[in-house]
Design a protein around this ligand. Structure first.
Ligand SMILES: [Zn+2]
Length: 92
């Protein structure tokens, strides 16, 4: 299973269609059935693209936190449209 070792950062930003700072930045790569963008992490496991964008721009998530889009566009990759929220008990 030889796979080209292009760093995640490079593969990520290569498929994001950057537009204006306030506009949505559509993901041009593959998505899952819920229209969330997917990308393979360095370990080969697929991760949601908006998480990868967050890690690239803000660093690791605090424990028990998840990321959502403030614009409601699931394929959006604009870091300004992502926000972290705390998981409430029982909401997984
Ligand atoms: Zn957006």
């Amino acid at each position: 299973m030889a796979r080209p070792k292009t760093p995640l950062t490079k593969r990520l930003w290569a498929k994001i269609a950057k537009t204006g700072p306030d506009e949505c930045w559509p993901w041009t790569g593959g998505t899952n059935l819920s229209n969330y963008g997917r990308i393979r992490g360095e370990d080969g496991v697929e991760i949601p693209v908006h998480y990868a964008v967050w890690w690239e721009t803000h660093g690791p998530l605090p424990p028990y936190h998840r990321i959502r889009h403030t614009c409601g566009n699931r394929a959006c990759c604009n870091p300004a449209h992502l926000e972290v929220y705390e998981i409430v008990d029982g909401e997984w």
